[in-house]
Design a protein around this ligand. Structure first.
Ligand code: AMX
Length: 437
């Protein structure tokens, strides 16, 4: 069977050819226009970026190399004994556009487990941080520090040909992906359970199996399976979202994958992006506390209006691109429906009931372009039910996941020789002049 690198080596020439042809034959083709609203509106809707791994349709949601989430659930190999697709199989798909065989997926698991230990100085760095430092800040710092061992950076200093960039980038990306569970679990242990010892990486487990084990939940196969699904699903959401875009932008300066992804994590740490993960649960629990046992649609509606009237957003609802319920939300809800213990969980019931009421309230409120739930509306409550209750940590899990897409696309950016990203900006005065002309 072919390794990941061999598979990639085979698919790169055709993509390089496709890019060459696009440049040669269609460089001047017009695919859209730039309106003042794009410039003032955070570049929403502007077609301005190349990203191979996934494309987000406003109505259908995400497709990974053309595959929908249910397609991926059907074809991507699970871990031995499990049902949910593994992070490795999603990584393989995002990187190569191909579905790995179970054997290839297991080979990649073994390679990642082999590379997963942290260098001692990074362990010391993380251990020296105050527990009160947000786990996302710790994750970003740890990932940045791992660039000490970047093979891309070392090779660049030595002097390498552009055509070789991608091989060193791939090596860094695999090393970083491999080390994320040990790093993220160490942060969890230090902040929440300093009395616990951290288990060593198990060379027979997949990436998420090891992550769950190191978090202290290895015995809970249900949570491990949920984490597999969660991490595969959050792996990529096309290129324009703040974290993926940041990785791409920083990577375009030829910064190595560690510091590029570290920057991405700090974009993910904002409440309008990844931090919504922790905000949803905080908000749902405040709702639960206020409403008490008498949960009715009217009570939920009243609480939603209270949130909106206080000038806050309803966390877990709305999206920069999506205009329908997020298929990732639907997939996580299906997971909940398949487990009786989750169906009887009060917080999961509350999330489900909120999803029945919130769209109409948000429509009536009339501001958001998308009144439907996004993935964050449900992702945290399952973790909470299974005992991973520290919601300040949830965005870290998102950060482990988003690496799959962002890192695979750094490899492609180097394989395709994509240039330094440098859009044009204008002052309002300059813009007014432009409009007059
Ligand atoms: N509740 C209340 N108001 C909302 C809203 C919500 N859930 N979503 C959007 N709005 C408001 C916006 O604040 C904006 O108001 P303004 O005109 O006063 O500034 C208006 O509706 C128009 O916004 P939009 O074009 O529909 O959304 P956007 O592309 O600007 O922002 C997002 C998208 C996700 C930041 C926004 O919907 C939001 O803040 N949602 C809540 C936070 C959240 O769930 N984030 C997670 C997103 C997914 C992820 O990255 N993990």
């Amino acid at each position: 069977t072919k390794s990941l690198k061999e598979t990639l080596q085979e698919v790169i020439p055709a993509k390089q050819e496709q890019l060459k042809k696009l440049k040669a034959e269609h460089s001047q083709a017009v695919v859209g226009e730039v309106k003042v609203e794009n410039i003032l509106g955070g570049m929403r809707g502007l077609k301005a970026m190349l990203w191979e791994a996934s494309v987000l349709d406003p109505n259908e949601g995400i497709r990974f190399h053309g595959l929908t989430i249910p397609d991926c659930q059907k074809v991507l190999p699970p871990a031995p004994g499990g049902k949910e697709m593994t992070a490795e199989s999603m990584f393989w798909l995002l990187l190569t556009g191909q579905v790995p065989s179970p054997e290839q997926s297991r080979q990649l698991s073994a390679e990642l487990a082999e590379k997963g230990d942290l260098p001692p100085f990074v362990e010391k760095l993380i251990d020296s941080l105050p527990k009160t430092l947000h786990p996302m800040t710790q994750l970003g710092m740890g990932v940045a520090a791992l660039n000490h061992d970047s093979v891309f950076q070392a090779a660049y200093e030595r002097g390498i040909k552009k055509s070789e960039y991608w091989t060193y980038t791939l090596e860094d990306c695999l090393n970083l992906t491999a080390k994320l569970p040990a790093l993220a679990a160490r942060i969890y242990r230090n902040v929440y359970h300093p009395e616990r010892s951290l288990p060593a990486l198990d060379k027979n487990l997949d990436l998420v199996g090891n992550y769950s084990n190191m978090l202290g939940f290895g015995a809970n196969e249900h949570l491990t399976e949920y984490l597999r699904l969660y991490i595969a699903l959050h792996g990529d959401h096309e290129g324009g979202n703040a974290s993926a875009h940041t990785a791409h932008l920083v990577g375009s300066t030829l910064s190595d994958p560690y510091i590029s992804y570290s920057a991405a994590l700090f974009a993910l740490a904002g409440p309008l992006h990844g931090l919504a993960n922790q905000e949803v649960l905080r908000w749902q629990m405040a709702m639960q506390k206020e409403i008490g046992d008498n949960i009715t649609h009217d009570n939920i509606k009243e609480y939603l209006w209270k949130t909106l009237k206080s000038g806050q957003v309803v966390p877990g609802y709305g999206h920069g691109v999506l205009r329908n319920p997020d298929p990732r939300f639907i997939a996580l809800q299906e997971f909940c429906k398949s487990r009786p213990e989750l169906q009887s969980s009060p917080i999961i019931q509350l999330v489900q009931q909120t999803a029945e009421v919130a769209p109409d309230v948000l429509k009536e409120h009339g501001k958001t372009k998308n009144p439907y739930p996004n993935v964050d509306a449900t992702s945290g409550c399952v973790l909470h039910h299974y005992g991973l209750t520290e919601f300040k940590y949830y965005t870290v899990i998102f950060g482990v996941s988003r690496a799959l897409g962002a890192l695979t696309q750094l490899v492609w950016a180097r394989a395709l020789g994509l240039p330094l990203e440098r859009p044009k900006s204008y002052s309002m005065d300059a813009l007014e002049k432009l409009i007059k002309n």
